[in-house]
Design a protein. Sequence first.
Length: 462
Amino acid sequence: MAEYRNTDPRHFFTRDRSFYKSFLSLLLFIALQDLILFSVNLADNVMLGVYSESAMSGVALVNQIQFLLHMLIGGIGDGTSVLCSQYWGAKQTDPIRRIVPIALRMGLLISCVFVLTSLIFPMQALSIFSPDPVIIANGAEYMRIMAYSYLMFTFSSILLRVHQSVETVTLGFKVSLLALCMNVGLNYILIFGHLGFPEMGITGAATATLISRAVEFIFIAMYTFLRDRKLQLRLKELFHIDKTLHKDFMRVSLPVILSGGSWGIAMCIQTVILGHMGSAAIGANAIAVTFLQVLSVVIYASAAASGVVTGKTVGKGDMSALREYTRTFQVIFIILGFIASLLIQCLKPAVLSIYMQQLQPETATLADHFINILSVAVIGTAYQMSCLTGIVRGGGHTRFVLYNDLIFMWGIILPASALCAFVFNQSPAVVFMCLKADQILKCAVAFFEVNSYRWIKKVART
């Protein structure tokens, strides 16, 4: 592997207009897509919170299992994006078409496991997170219906990541907007029983989301196979596996998938720790985390967008420009973190007021504490996550993020949090602070790694 050096840096910040145009366009539409996607979850959370706290907590448990699925499928999508963006930078679309069936086959295989678990063992799966039988019963009712959406979600998510990697940025936004409108409208009708429909409660929320996922799936499939002119993917190509690219895909994507799976399992364990500290901690965590997800969409989008731009630049072989881009990215990440922190504090009273009528005082107080902790942690998230999962992973060094996550989460955060909760009997707020401490601790590692430029690796066969 050649070692890249920029001995004559032109500027600290890049003045390349194409960089800002590409990055900001990706950032805007991915952020809007994610905002709408998280707003779908927020709509379920808020509407069910108004309907019943036990229903909201039940959905919060199911969301932990779905989060694991989302992280695994997201890992497949991110690994696919690393390869596809480098091929896109090299102006080669044929390998991208041959990568898609590999990614879809792996994603559908994983999602089938979640479908079977959700249909056959919902009570047993949810009992891992909470001993409360009422919450588990509500969650199982929701989970059995949601299981039918997992295959469609997988197909849609992977194809959207492929389209993003070739800078088709408006598709995800349009699809997510359609899903949000359908989900909110159907939630209103089915949860509370309006327009002549019976009051279905948590079953209505699940049914509304399932219908929205089905429409989303149909829309993306029709665009991909009938209207897209960049890739021109054909349905028959999904049944052919290229053995050479399969090896490349596994080499690049497997660390990303394992990282996503490890992170998803770790988040489930975090919920287990909080869940065994009482139903108030479960409800407060559901409110705080959902609120954070909505407000930090630009941060997640910046990581995805920087990964595409980085991969494309590596594919082009323009290493001089890449260093300028990397420095510019880091400043942008820090600014976004402080903006997100400020917004969290400004909007916190309005968010908590939505739930006040249905929440117990202890749950409301804990939610306030959890949101305060997240307002600090989000600054670290904005920098370290965008640097590591955006720049470093986009540059081809997918294994580093896996190793880093394993050390911090499994070696430090989870053991320390378990000790605080079960040995030292600390309060849920202290335990929650321990659970989010890695977001700050990882910043030092991210800084040294991203500025070492050891992560530049050409993974595409260009």
